[in-house]
Design a protein around this ligand. Structure first.
Ligand SMILES: [Fe+2]
Ligand SMILES: [Fe+2]
Length: 327
């Protein structure tokens, strides 16, 4: 027998009779195992107390290995030491020969390998998670920069896009418990007017009312913005694309660019539509004075079911005046 095959391996032997247990202990010691505990009967307390440290448990004939396994690892979490029946190891005379010791060490190696594999999988999973977070952080940062670029070309104050995103997210929070959706709206909504980058200053910054053909040019900002954001290969860009395209759709189907109606309009865009109109009304524009908060809220309520989603208006109302103008 290879004297050192079990060097350093702590073993627990469970079951009887006593002579068989002692005999096995002697053979295991001969194979190099420095410590062999004996538990004469299958007793939960004794097994668990003795099994605090063993790397392998050997169940003697008459003691079912499955029963020992159940005691050590009742939830089947593969948490305890491996339990091997002596019948799998010993020869016909009940003696642990070299082949038996080899089978035992193979079990231990297999076990150690699985543990290392589990550790490796945990490392890979945590790296993948942090890579995902990094990627998402980079995406959100890019979106922020893109929104900033859009703000420089907008007819609004730079804070407009952030206020709209903030109000839309607060209404989303009121409508849904979906934290992810709220987060997506908060981060995607600042890009709703991205397409205005392509609209000439002469139209965008024109004081007073636009001519019909000028308004047609302004309307293209929805499709242009969506085109810039298309195929972004990320959830937040997908939401930004839907918001950019559909934030001027009306609940009754008379909006632009697609004339979508009711729930066919993405929820994210319905939220931004209300927030956008409200914010525009309460702030001064090249072509209009600022409205009072009460008048603007009245305009929003007046558009329920025609311009705006009644559910979103209800959320707007439920938030109350104190929450409408927070930046
Ligand atoms: Fe817009
Ligand atoms: Fe806007």
């Amino acid at each position: 027998m290879d004297d050192g095959a079990l060097a350093g391996t702590r073993v627990l032997v469970v079951g009887g009779p006593r002579e068989a247990a002692e005999g096995l202990r002697a053979q295991l010691s001969a194979a190099g195992s420095p410590s062999v505990d004996l538990v004469p009967v299958l007793d939960l307390v004794a097994v668990q107390a003795a099994a605090a440290q063993p790397e392998v448990v050997i169940a003697l004939s008459g003691t079912p290995a499955d029963a020992v396994r159940m005691q050590l690892d009742p939830l089947g979490l593969d948490a305890g030491p491996p339990v091997v029946s002596v019948d799998e190891l010993a020869d016909a005379r009940g003696s642990l020969d070299e082949a038996g010791v080899r089978r035992l060490t193979l079990r231990l190696e297999h076990r150690a390998m699985r543990r290392r594999l589990g550790e490796l999988e945990a490392i890979v999973a945590s790296q993948a998670l942090s890579a995902f977070r990094d990627t998402e952080a980079v995406r959100v940062d890019s979106l922020r920069r893109l929104a900033l670029a859009a703000e420089y070309r907008d007819d609004n104050s730079p804070e407009h896009t952030q206020r709209v995103a903030s109000l839309a997210a607060r209404m989303a929070r009121h409508i849904t418990r979906d934290d992810r959706l709220v987060w997506l709206v908060r981060n995607a909504a600042p890009l709703h007017d991205l397409g205005k980058i392509a609209i000439p200053d002469s139209i965008l910054l024109k004081p007073g009312k636009l001519a019909d053909e000028e308004f047609e040019v302004v309307k293209t900002h929805a499709v242009l913005g969506a085109r810039v954001l298309a195929d972004g290969n990320s959830e937040v860009l997908g939401v930004a694309e839907r918001i950019a395209r559909s934030h001027h759709e009306r609940w009754d189907g008379t909006g632009y660019p697609d004339g979508l109606q009711g729930e066919a309009i993405p929820l994210e865009a319905r939220l931004v539509h209300v927030a956008d109109v409200f914010d525009v009304l309460v702030h001064e524009r090249p072509y209009k004075e600022a409205w009072t908060v009460e008048d603007a809220a009245g305009e929003i309520r007046g558009g329920t079911g025609t311009q705006f989603d009644p559910g979103v208006v209800a959320a707007f109302d439920a938030l109350g005046a104190g929450s409408w103008t927070i930046g």
